[in-house]
Write a protein of this length. Structure first.
Length: 571
């Protein structure tokens, strides 16, 4: 953008305005600028006024803590103010100092303490003191976690941790109680209630969800019907899953049949799926009849040759004292001994498989499909087709084909007991739409078919056309008018046939070229006298001025005559 040309145009335009117009425009611009400055200054002063002077020292204080803070401020002679409940403000130059001073005194005391209790070890602390501190720290950490929930303003946790005993029969399970104070117009969802109970139960050993009690500030017990709530959520999830799957199957049927039926509006399909949502798991063991040798052991003994003679003695008594007795003296005989023993262990192989059923098993599918028939031109008495149409029902072959397509599209299993019903009826709205149409209906149909898909493009084209018309009819004429006005001003201010000494050399050269061009067009040639041309041009201009403004010329001549005659009269 040429700012210099724009500035010159504004200067020229301001010169054409009257004094009243200049005053009005200046006052309007000054008023707008003053209004904007007022808004900026007022907004900044308002925000600074709110932050100036006092700043929040503590907020969300309990009445006991607020009383102690106020007492400490009065003791320190610090000015304060209470703009609303549980909020105390002090001058901003002392807010950090007083906050540290009051916090060092243990105020406020309503805050939860956690495991920072163990940051400082006390000399001589007993085991009982350590247990109490641990319980306080655990309760404070749990309360801090519960306070982080958006609906909870403040909470309190109390744990009952019994002593451990060696006798199982005398063991007492731990328990917990949680009190929550909720913000106004807020409540805990069943998921949040179960989450709080799980959080507390997981932080304490051997603590179960049943032993965690949750109440609100009004004393109403929360989460007593967790089982019912969980069953309700599960039932709702199952119903949503069932509805989604049925809708998906219906869309499959409509998408399959609509191309040759004549459109989606001429097919109606409803599918009902019965699911089994029960969870089942089964474990099976299979033994392999083919035995496999795991280990084999063989033992073999073999003996050959004559056994050594055995000393045979007689019967104690006289006979044995006499000497050897015939027949009693053992004789050696040949001997051969063999022994083989084997042990074979066979492995009995088995396969153990655990199967868990799917989340939802289809028990049965039933589908009802209604399709429209065909519409053909109605024939007159002479057999020629007319503009009216008549309904023609589908034959059984076509219905069987539609039934087969529906079964294949949604996976019908006859062994499971699935059922598909297809019926052919005349749709009331179809016949009227296919009959004779008036001009308005045809126009609407043409618009919806050929124009409506291109509407997003037409919007941009329409905007471009409007901008082009505005440019051609408003912006361009205004710019031409401004340029023309600027040229008129330049021509009015330019002296006739007079060139100053300080003018640009290019302008002088252009004037010389134009003069030569005019001389050639007039056929004056090189012998032309420039003084005569000036005299003729000036005479022509004076004649035109005298014809246009004769009164002014007469006044001018009268003034010249009076100036010439004045000295004569003085003489």
């Amino acid at each position: 953008m040429d700012f210099k040309a724009l500035f010159l145009q504004l200067v020229v335009l301001s010169g054409k305005l009257t004094q009243i117009q200049k005053t009005i425009i200046g006052a309007a611009v000054a008023g707008i600028v003053a209004f904007l400055i007022f808004l900026v200054v007022y907004t900044s002063e308002g925000s600074s006024r709110n932050n100036e002077g006092y700043q929040v020292l503590f907020d969300q204080l309990s009445p006991q803590d607020a009383a102690q803070v106020v007492a400490q401020l009065e003791k320190d002679k610090i000015p304060y103010r209470i703009p609303r409940d549980n909020v105390i403000e002090v001058p901003k130059e002392v807010v950090y100092k007083e906050r540290i001073t009051i916090a060092s005194m243990g105020i406020p005391k309503e805050g939860h303490v956690g495991f920072e209790l163990f940051d400082k070890q006390e000399f001589g602390a007993t085991n009982f003191d350590q247990e109490v501190k641990f319980r306080r720290a655990l309760e404070g950490e749990l309360a801090r976690s519960i306070d982080s929930l958006s609906p909870v303003e403040k909470s309190s946790v109390s744990l009952a941790l019994p002593k451990e005993t060696l006798f199982v029969a005398e063991a007492v399970p731990p328990s917990a109680s949680v009190m929550v104070q909720l913000y106004e117009d807020r409540k805990l969802t069943p998921k949040q209630i179960r989450g709080i109970k799980k959080l507390v139960a997981a932080a304490v050993p051997k603590l179960t969800l049943e032993n965690v009690t949750l109440i609100d500030s009004e004393g109403e017990s929360l989460g007593d019907s967790d089982a019912d709530a969980m069953m309700g959520e599960l039932s709702q999830m199952q119903q949503q899953f069932k509805t989604k799957e049925e809708k998906k199957q219906e869309e499959k049927i409509i998408n399959v049949l609509s191309p040759f039926i004549g459109g989606k509006e001429r097919v109606v399909a409803k599918v009902t799926i019965e699911y089994d949502f029960s969870e089942q798991s089964s474990t099976s063991e299979k033994f392999d009849p083919e035995n496999v040798v795991r280990s084999e052991q063989t033992s073999e003994e073999k003996r050959e040759g004559t056994a050594p003679a055995a000393a045979v003695g007689g019967v104690p008594g006289a006979v044995s004292n006499i000497g050897p007795v015939p027949e009693l003296n053992g004789t050696a005989s040949g001997e051969k001994y063999e022994k083989t023993q084997g042990t074979t262990n066979f492995e009995i192989s088995k396969t153990v498989s655990t199967t868990k059923m799917e989340f939802a098993r289809i028990k049965r599918i039933t589908a009802a499909v209604v399709v429209d028939g065909k519409y053909e031109p109605k024939k007159g008495s002479s057999g020629e087709p007319s503009e009216e149409v008549e309904y023609v029902a589908l034959d059984q072959t076509q219905l069987d084909a539609i039934t087969s397509l529906v079964k294949q599209s949604i996976g019908i299993d006859d062994t499971r007991g699935d059922l598909v019903t297809v019926r052919n009826f005349e749709f009331q709205g179809t016949k009227g739409s296919l009959g004779s149409k008036d001009a308005a209906s045809k126009t609407t149909e043409f618009f919806s078919t050929y124009v409506e898909p291109f509407m997003p493009v037409f919007k941009y084209i329409l905007v471009a056309i409007i901008l082009f018309i505005a440019y051609k009819k408003v912006i361009l004429p205004f710019a031409d008018r401004m340029l023309e006005f600027s040229r008129e001003e330049e021509e009015f201010e330019k002296p006739i046939l007079e060139l100053g000494a300080d003018e640009d050399e290019d302008l002088v050269e252009k004037v010389q070229q134009m003069r030569k061009k005019v001389e050639n067009q007039l056929g004056l040639g090189e012998g032309f006298n420039e003084d005569e041309l000036k005299y003729d041009v000036l005479l022509e201009k004076i004649r035109e001025v005298a014809e246009d403004r004769p009164d002014e010329i007469a006044s001018l001549i009268q003034a010249l005559i009076n100036e010439e005659s004045a000295p004569l009269r003085g003489q």
